[in-house]
Design a protein around this ligand. Structure first.
Ligand code: HEM
Length: 530
């Protein structure tokens, strides 16, 4: 009895104290939240920041951010998260121009991004700022001149299409199951393999032969896949920087990542050694004029100004960066494009008409398309742009402020803040695209040709309203190459085949370094009769 009495006499004050403390905390949180100066900021609390909002929306973060920025009065939100720096996300074109052009020097990729990707990319262009970036940009730009693009289409893309892609699709069209139905093919996987073969030829002059299913799967391609998937996980870990501890202990995903990176580096270093020997034995005249040769031909002193490690490591990093930048972006764009075309038959018909018009004067037996013919395909160009508006291969991109700043819409940015622009949200904004912004309408990119009755020409959109390829000094270096390659594939496929998707397919947009369709794009390949 006495003991009981003693306990309850102690319990009461404890309960009261805990309740009072909780009430005070809740009140402080509420007041601080109400005092937050921001427009459509996710609910934020001291110390934990917007952690609860993120946890609640963790399975749909991109959609959540899209809703928030579209709702925000100036299409910009601010937040912070436990253990992370303050962050801003904007879908305001004036802010995007400010970040990517006007105050370009104040918004590099920054340490946060670079730290996460350094093990795989080192100081390659995709992960570099300052002098290292400038040098790579200047040297690599020759690889993307009009002349190089013309050769690239004729020698690389057309060959991959004629020798591998079209035979694979013909085989698929003829392959039936026990009930006589055409078997389905994962078009996303096919396009991904095409992209990898292609970019390896541009960067290295080597052909991993991923699209040739008679060859064994390339170890390099496999290791590259594992390495990129695992390194991206570092950004999405629930506990920021937990990956660093795992890396130190060499356990779990970090152990597998280390092995995959080793395999990627070994392969790249092997190619570099072979090429150097070739260059010496043919008196410094490289047999291939690809990115690798361009960088190996540079004077060591030029490289020395831009990098810290050995020249060979630097060249290796550069080449790997290019493979990463050019690998999944075009396949992602084309996967969504083919799905949209197959669900919008009038768009497919318009593209067919455009191809027929351009090929009617061609000599009998001439196959493929020249660089000039591809340039004239305005409707196809508009359809690809329209598809990337709704499904951008890079749905958002982040910079880091070097100094305090104020964005054109008045948002204050503290030094070290991570500022992202959001092409995915921007492609869905009425204020930019009008009331029909959620519809797939290639026509919005076309206007009547003043010189030719009944013809239409493509009209590009302001790059800061449509930053799908980024914009300003760091605009995607492979933009023209990507368009020529995508148009060449699309025109060849649509000319010969229809890709049929299940009518009730409701694909999910997921993103890592580049976006993709969850579960792939299963299609029935049907050969056209014409
Ligand atoms: C549809 C296809 C493509 C899209 C939408 C796209 C988009 C982008 C974007 C948004 C960036 C900026 C990324 C960042 O700084 O974080 C970028 C950079 C870059 N892209 Fe592309 N890209 C595509 C295809 C290609 C291809 C085929 C190549 C060829 C090699 C390529 C090479 C590069 C390079 C080298 C950079 C870095 C440029 C720099 O930092 O100066 N891209 N791209």
């Amino acid at each position: 009895m006495e003991a009981l009495f003693t306990t309850s006499s102690l319990e009461m004050p404890i309960v009261i104290t805990i309740t009072a403390v909780l009430l005070i905390i809740v009140t402080i949180l509420y007041v601080l939240r109400a005092e937050s100066d921001d427009k459509a900021t996710p609910a934020s609390y001291p110390i934990v920041g917007s952690l609860f909002s993120f946890l609640r929306n963790r399975s749909r973060l991109r959609e959540y951010f899209t809703e928030l920025v579209i709702r925000a009065p100036s299409n910009t939100i601010k937040f912070h998260r436990l253990g992370m720096r303050n962050a801003v996300i904007t879908a305001n074109p004036a802010n995007v121009e400010h970040l990517l052009k006007t105050r370009f020097e104040n918004y590099p990729k920054g340490d946060f991004f670079s730290l996460h990707l350094h093990d795989l990319l080192g100081t390659g262009i995709f992960n570099a700022d300052g002098e290292a970036w400038k040098l790579q940009r200047r040297v690599a730009s020759y690889e993307f001149s009009t002349r190089s693009l013309r050769d690239f289409i004729a020698e690389t893309v057309q060959r991959e299409i004629a020798d591998r892609l079209l035979p694979l699709l013909r085989k698929s069209a003829a392959s039936t199951d026990e009930e006589g139905n055409v078997r389905r093919l994962d078009m996303q996987e096919v396009l991904k393999r095409f992209g990898f073969d292609n970019i390896c030829k541009v960067a290295f002059g080597t052909d991993p032969g991923c699209l040739d299913i008679s060859l064994p799967v390339s170890e390099f391609a496999e290791a590259f896949d594992v390495a990129t998937d695992l390194i991206v996980k570092r950004f999405f870990h629930p506990v920021p920087f937990a990956w660093k501890v795992m890396r130190r202990l060499n356990v779990g995903s970090e152990k597998r990542l280390r092995e995959a990176i080793r395999a990627v580096h070994n392969f790249a270093e092997g190619v570099i050694r072979t090429r150097k020997t070739e260059m010496i034995s043919v008196c410094a005249a490289p047999t291939h004029q690809d990115l690798l040769s361009r960088f190996l031909s540079l004077d060591g002193s030029v490289m020395g100004t831009a990098q810290k490690g050995s020249n060979d490591d630097f060249v290796r990093d550069i080449v790997i960066s290019f493979i990463l930048a050019g690998r999944d972006t075009t396949s992602s764009a084309l996967t969504w494009f083919f799905w949209l075309v197959s669900t919008h038959p009038h768009v497919e018909q318009q593209i067919e008409r455009e191809i027929a018009r351009l090929t009617e004067c061609k000599e009998e037996g001439t196959s493929g398309f020249s660089y000039e013919e591809l340039k004239e395909m305005n409707y196809l160009h508009a359809s690809i742009c329209e598809s990337m508006r709704l499904y951008p291969p890079v749905p958002s991109d982040t910079k880091e402020a070097l100094q305090d700043d104020v964005l054109p819409d008045g948002t204050t940015v503290r030094k070290g803040t991570r500022v992202s622009y959001h092409p995915y949200a921007m492609g869905r904004m009425e204020s930019i695209w009008g009331a029909d912004c959620l519809e797939f309408k290639p026509e919005r990119w076309l206007k009547e040709d003043e010189n030719e009755n009944g013809s239409f020409v493509f009209v590009s959109e302001n790059a800061f309203k449509y930053p799908v390829f980024q914009a300003g000094p760091r605009i995607c270096l492979g933009k023209e190459m990507a368009f020529t390659q995508m148009k060449c594939i699309a025109a060849n496929v649509i000319k010969e085949f229809s890709l049929k998707v299940e009518p009730d397919l409701n694909p999910k947009f997921v993103s890592a370094l580049a976006s993709r369709m969850e579960g792939g794009l299963p299609v029935k390949v049907v050969k056209k009769t014409n």
